[in-house]
Design a protein. Structure first.
Length: 130
């Protein structure tokens, strides 16, 4: 009986240790709690794939963006600051993409400034049904 109690105590201690030392990057967190600094640290390791909310286009070629075209996948906006995912890259205000500078990241759009003038990118609205 003493051996069984010892095994249960060991299993309990191991479970508590695993829960407290579980790597934070594996824990799920809500979008409102995403730490933009964590995103920046992880940027080199992240390889953003296709947008999961857009069905693949069978007529699309290689899947890469043509020169000068932009695809805004997401905006993460909190406390007056934002991060945008454009052409599968994580970008902040002041960053450059395709010869244009990001001048604003707002809750619903990103503003780019370039030699041809200003361009606004908006996230596609979700529509249920057809």
């Amino acid at each position: 009986m003493g051996n069984k109690v010892l095994k249960v105590a060991f299993a309990f201690i191991l479970a508590v240790w695993l829960l407290t030392n579980f790597p934070s990057f594996l824990r799920a967190q809500p979008l409102s709690e995403i730490n933009t600094q964590w995103l920046e640290r992880q940027e080199k390791a992240l390889q953003w794939g296709r947008d999961p909310f857009v069905l693949p286009n069978p007529s699309a070629g290689t899947g890469s963006e043509p020169e000068g075209e932009f695809h805004l996948s997401a905006i993460i906006y909190r406390s007056g600051r934002g991060v945008a995912i454009i052409n599968n890259k994580i970008l902040r205000k002041g960053d450059m993409i395709e010869g244009r500078q990001i001048t604003e990241i707002l809750e619903d759009r990103v503003v780019l400034q370039g030699p041809a003038g200003e361009k606004e990118l908006r996230v596609n609205k979700f529509v249920l049904g057809h």
